[in-house]
Design a binder for this molecule. Structure first.
Ligand code: KG4
Ligand code: ZN
Length: 367
């Protein structure tokens, strides 16, 4: 973020746009003088139907779909909020990380609105938007420990403040959402995979198949899901042709293995947080990102948190997946600190949240 003026403690009204992947979204939020947030509108249009025939997100189709509907969704968000562009204090859009075509659509649109209405513009980091969502929903302020689990990222971070993130762990191969999506594909459950696997697992017996629990016991709180995916494939091949009960049992075993692995990694990160901040550390575990919608994960992490004296926080399901309220909120938080961006700010398809973090040993390009 480029320009930093003195702190603004006024209330602010911010329009946010989100186009980094396969959801087109626009929202208006207000941030009060006291730092309290309120969503005035939050419009999301998913493109799943367009990508479904291909079994995953096709970047070119995503970018075109954003172009087709972003103007309409923005108008809808403004109308629902009952505000005019002249009422706004800033416009924010996701600048990265994400798919370059979609990012350009959102950023150019936000810049055009900012230019036409002489408004400050804020280029938002998508993961920062996920990371700060609990400030909007629960008024939780940093520092806190964050598990960020989405389709593209799986990280454990200490959120020290707006713009200050310390990465403790990351995935060395697949992201957790990606592992859910691939497992769904292997089991013939379709796309998007996370909710489909969760649904199938509800009627499954998680003890029938034994799957590996990746990285459990390792000192650094990194993740790995590629081996688990291979184990799912082998199990599915051995049972083929799969009956509904086989699919449910494999899905349940997968969710069980994921929950055990993620819980162990979070426990390790909690130890590290206490080491960093001492016994008096404020103890909060926050989970964010699309996979945070998973009920089993919420339950196991909530239990883990309470067994260790950590408060547990997770946004409502509607704000776990990609949305623009979180982008508008991150913009409002930046604006309150006097941090805005020039209209020359570029899209950043690859943009680490903690640029100082060393690469995880064995990590592929996605870390
Ligand atoms: O945060 P998000 O909406 O988009 C990214 O920034 O990636 O996360 C999308 C991911 C997808 O991989 C999707 O399958 C997963 O979140 N997901 C879930 C659930 N709902 C969405 N994974 C597990 N259980 C769910 N209920
Ligand atoms: Zn996301």
């Amino acid at each position: 973020m480029n320009s930093t003026h003195e702190n603004r403690a006024e209330s602010s009204l911010v329009l946010g746009l989100e186009t980094s992947c396969d959801e087109t979204a626009a929202a208006v939020v207000v941030r009060g003088r006291d730092g309290q947030g309120r969503i005035l509108s939050n419009v999301v249009r998913s493109q799943w139907e367009r990508h479904r025939p291909y079994g995953g997100v096709v970047p070119e189709i995503a970018a075109r779909a954003h172009v087709e509907c972003l103007d309409l969704l923005t108008a809808e968000a403004m109308r629902e909020a009952g505000v005019d562009f002249s009422d706004l204090d800033a416009v924010a859009a996701t600048a990265g990380p994400g798919l370059i075509g979609g990012l350009i659509v959102g950023l150019v649109t936000a810049k055009a609105i900012a230019l036409a209405h002489r408004l400050p513009f804020i280029a938002v980091h998508h993961l920062e938007a996920h990371a700060l969502t609990v400030g909007l929903t629960e008024e939780l302020r940093p520092p806190y420990l964050l598990l960020l689990v989405s389709g593209g990222h799986t990280q454990l971070l200490i959120v020290r403040g707006v713009g200050h993130y310390e990465r403790l762990g990351t995935t060395i191969d697949d992201a957790l959402g990606e592992a859910f999506d691939k497992t769904a594909k292997l089991l013939g459950l379709g796309f998007p995979g996370g909710p489909a696997v969760e649904q199938a697992a509800r009627t499954g017996n998680d003890a029938r198949f034994k799957l590996p629990r990746p990285m459990v016991g390792r000192a650094e709180p990194h993740f790995s899901f590629a081996g688990l995916k291979t184990a799912v494939r082998r199990t599915a091949e051995m049972q083929a042709p799969l009956k509904d009960q086989d699919i449910a049992d494999i899905a349940a075993a997968f969710e069980n293995a994921v929950a055990a692995s993620v819980s162990d990694r979070c426990a390790r990160a909690m130890d590290l947080t206490i080491e960093r901040f001492g016994q008096d550390a404020t103890r909060h575990l926050v989970v964010a990102g699309g996979v945070a919608a998973n009920e089993r994960l919420r339950t196991i992490l909530s239990d883990l948190a309470s067994s260790r004296g950590f408060a547990f926080h997770v946004p409502p399901v509607s704000l776990c997946g990609d949305n623009a309220a979180m982008v508008a909120w991150a913009g409002a938080e930046r604006l309150a600190l006097g941090q805005t961006d020039p209209l020359s700010a570029p899209v950043r398809p690859r943009w680490p949240l903690d640029a100082e973090a060393p690469p995880a040993i064995g990590a592929g390009v996605k870390a």
